[in-house]
Structures are given as structure tokens and as C-alpha cells.
Design a protein around this ligand. Sequence first.
Ligand SMILES: [Zn+2]
Length: 126
Amino acid sequence: MSGAPALLGAIRAGLLCRCPNCGRGPLFAGFLSVKPVCEACGFDLKSADTGDGPAVFVILIAGFIACFGMVFHEVAARPPWWVLLLTWPLVGLIACLALLRPTKSLLIALQFHNKAGVGRLQGPNG
Ligand SMILES: [Zn+2]
């Protein structure tokens, strides 16, 4: 496979938290720990490493949702301050927990699709 269908397959496998190679086996052993080997196809998943990428995306997205929601709530309904304090940090926390797994899986699938590898420095002679 190549091109857009392969990209859509990688995105689908990522959003469903499945193996980036076959799209069937589960990717995670725990909440965020990646299985060393795919149960369905035997693909080696030990090299999958997204670093802090998923956390950065999730913090930005969940922070936007929580902050925008809190400002909208304040402007639209003028609730007591403690309602805002109890509601929107909880919304932010739930959004973080809900988005972290599929975001990590999606980044792993896109790394696999784009054949990402460890960066190498080249000398002056190439
Ligand atoms: Zn697999």
C-alpha cells in the first residue's frame, strides 16, 4: 500500500489504538505502555517511541478546550467562581486522559507510516 489509502489506514489504526503494521492487534499493554510485540502479526513494537509528543499535543488541545469553555461559561452564564473552579479543571483532566492514548497511538502509527527513524548527524563530507 502507498499514498492516501495507506495514510488513512495508519490514521485508522492509530485512532483505534491498534498495531501500526497490521491494524488488528492491540497496541497497548497498560494505559500507555506499548506492547513489545504485536499479538496478531508479531511485529516488533519495541522501537516505537513518541517521547513527549503526545503529551504536548494533548496539553495544548485539552488546555484550549478547558480554557475556552471556562471563558465561554463565564461570559454566557456568569456562574459563581467556585463552579468554574470545580468544573473546568475537571473537564481539562478528563480531556487529557481521554486524548492521551489515541494521540500516542496515532503518533506511533504515523511514525511507522513515514518510516521515521533515529536522527543521524552527517559530517562535512556527507
Ligand atoms: Zn500487528
